[in-house]
Design a protein around this ligand. Structure first.
Ligand SMILES: [Zn+2]
Length: 92
């Protein structure tokens, strides 16, 4: 279901706001029932979207928004993978 003449719009499962795909991280439920962040946007499977923002990531983790959207458990590894890169690289 794509609207023509515009960029694809998806809804963040944490804040329920619509956003362009570029602002969102896609998550997929894989065939083995696990959930993975889909950085390439090409993994097959049921998908859910989350803003690439610490706020929404935290909200989704606390409220289990992704679990509910995908009907699958999200492992701690998935969340730790999403930790903002700011902690790894010094700010300019
Ligand atoms: Zn959001």
């Amino acid at each position: 279901m794509q609207r023509s003449g515009g960029p694809p719009i998806r809804t963040c499962v944490a804040c329920r706001q619509e956003a362009g795909k570029a602002e969102l991280i896609r998550f997929v439920r894989r065939s083995d029932g696990s959930v993975a962040a889909d950085r390439t946007g090409r993994l097959p499977g049921r998908g859910a979207y989350l803003h690439a923002a610490a706020e929404c990531i935290e909200t989704a983790r606390k409220k289990r928004s992704l679990e509910r959207a995908l009907r699958a458990p999200v492992s701690p590894e998935v969340w730790s993978e999403l930790k903002p890169d700011a902690s790894l690289s010094p700010s300019p």
